[in-house]
Design a protein. Structure first.
Length: 497
């Protein structure tokens, strides 16, 4: 058969990479819908039609354009969508982002409010110190009521007096203050043999300063300085993330720093200023979500769908958490730390603070679930562009079920691990499971875990359905920016054959 003459454009635009592009399964008409994931859609669509036509008329691909194969398969799926869908997504997300920005401006605290230090718990003046010498002494010769003793409950004279008379060999440490107005001043710290924290010569420590105490008792060791090992571990983590994740890993680290900045500069000070903890948590969590997802995964429709799925799940967590925290009469004031916060700032809504913690704590896992499900739908569509929204949903939800099982188990075990000392205490007391679950300390963790898990479970079908609808609504071969002339010419020539 003598091949029919081709228009000149067919020899210049095709890149020769689609002579075999549709040899495998695909749409019956050879429509290049499977290539809708390429970033340069107008370029790739023209090449697809030209290449298919060339192949059908017996023309081999032009050798001078062999680079087109690399262009077709060298990029990861970018998942472009039509202009109409992008407008719909923008119509939802832009007002949401503006509302989050306005909320941060309105609620911006301008720093944590000041207060007079109580000298209790974390609310103490601290300085840095170093152990300059260690001396072994007989514990009986040490007056525990007059000399601070490392390992006492609150590093206070009351705690020291409550200790039983020490016996055996004690360590008498001389500690030098290395920061603050009393830099260079030394004091004595006695370490009993059974103390959980032992001091060593040359060890860097954290010391507490009590200005109202007698001069010999104004300074005491409350902790060791762990800055070096913590900084080294953080450095190893950052290097591992960048080496494995490359640019994505670098952006993830930047997003982590930004998220921590939002938490410390906005959420915590705003709550201390007296703003509603729930409103502050929703606004702050939304800001973290927008910054982290778009910074790590790009400004794409795929990321926008993940943002929408995360937003719906956060709203569900907020509603469920608010209802069940009120119904279970959870006050949020269950330990020394929350008691100290309530004592310093009595206007803070402690139950609202509990709900804010539930929302923020669920956000990190929600991001993981929604991004994974959205990517699964996009990849399934890329593998088989002929799949409709129902088929995409059914295929992706099977992936989501596996994800649900692992994520829920992870969340429960994370909370159980954090509360392990408390659970051991109840076990020692031989309390029944009903009594343990009914106590407010454990009930808080149960509500936190179950509400967060319900939000995670709901995020899978919600995000999967949104992604399936969005990716299926695009017409194959006509993503945003693709010229209509190329596809029309290709289809017209095939009908004439």
């Amino acid at each position: 058969m003598t091949p029919s003459p081709q228009p000149p454009i067919e020899h210049t635009e095709p890149h020769g990479h689609n002579g075999h592009a549709h040899a495998g399964p695909g749409p019956s008409d050879g429509h290049p819908g499977g290539h809708s994931d390429r970033p340069s859609d107008s370029h790739s669509d023209a090449g697809s039609h030209g290449g298919s036509d060339a192949g059908s008329h017996g023309h081999p691909p032009a050798p001078s354009h062999g680079h087109g194969h690399g262009h077709s398969h060298g990029h990861g799926p970018a998942a472009p969508v039509s202009k109409h869908l992008r407008k719909v997504i923008a119509a939802v997300l832009i007002p949401f982002a503006v509302a989050v920005f306005v909320g941060m401006v309105v609620l911006w605290p301008g720093g944590a409010p000041g207060h007079e230090r109580t000298g209790v718990g974390f609310d103490r003046q601290t300085q840095q110190g170093v152990v300059v010498s260690i001396e072994q002494v007989d514990c009986k010769s040490v007056n525990a009521a007059q000399v601070p003793t490392t390992g006492t409950p609150a590093a206070s004279p009351e705690g020291s007096g409550a200790q039983a008379a020490p016996t055996g060999e004690c360590k008498k440490a001389t500690v030098e203050v290395t920061s603050g107005p009393d830099k260079g001043r030394t004091f004595v710290e006695v370490v009993q043999p059974g103390a959980p924290r032992q001091l060593e010569d040359g060890q860097e420590v954290v010391v507490a300063y009590a200005p109202d105490a007698p001069r010999d008792l104004q300074y005491s060791v409350i902790d060791v300085n762990r800055k070096l090992p913590m900084a080294l571990l953080a450095g190893i983590f950052a290097v591992a993330v960048v080496v494995v994740g490359r640019m994505r890993g670098l952006f993830a680290l930047v997003a982590l720093v930004v998220s921590f900045g939002v938490l410390t500069l906005f959420i915590l000070p705003a709550i201390l200023q007296g703003s509603n903890p729930l409103v502050v948590a929703v606004v702050g969590a939304s800001a973290i979500m927008l910054i982290a997802l778009y910074m790590c995964h790009g400004l794409t429709a795929r990321t926008s769908v993940a943002v929408l799925g995360t937003l719906v799940s956060l709203l569900l967590i907020g509603l469920l958490g608010s209802g069940f925290i009120d119904w279970a009469f959870l006050s949020g004031n269950t330990d020394d730390n929350t008691g100290l916060i309530h004592g310093l700032y009595p206007d803070i809504d402690m139950s609202g603070l509990l709900l804010a913690g539930v929302i923020i704590g669920s956000l990190g896992v929600l991001d993981d679930v929604t991004v994974t499900q959205t990517s699964a739908v996009w990849e399934l569509h890329h593998a088989d562009p002929s799949m409709g929204p129902r088929a995409l949903y059914r295929a992706a939800i099977r992936i989501g079920r596996d994800h649900i099982a692992s994520v829920v188990n992870t969340l429960v075990l994370a909370y159980a691990g954090a509360a392990l000392p408390l659970l051991l205490l109840f076990s020692i007391a031989n309390s029944s499971m009903g009594s343990v679950a009914n106590s407010e300390l454990v009930a808080e963790e149960i509500v936190r875990t179950l509400v967060g898990s319900i939000g995670l479970v709901a995020s899978v079908p919600v995000t999967t359905a949104l992604a399936a609808l969005v990716v299926s609504a695009d017409r194959p071969g006509s993503p945003a920016g693709a010229p209509a002339a190329g596809p029309v010419r290709g289809r017209g020539r095939r009908r004439k054959r």
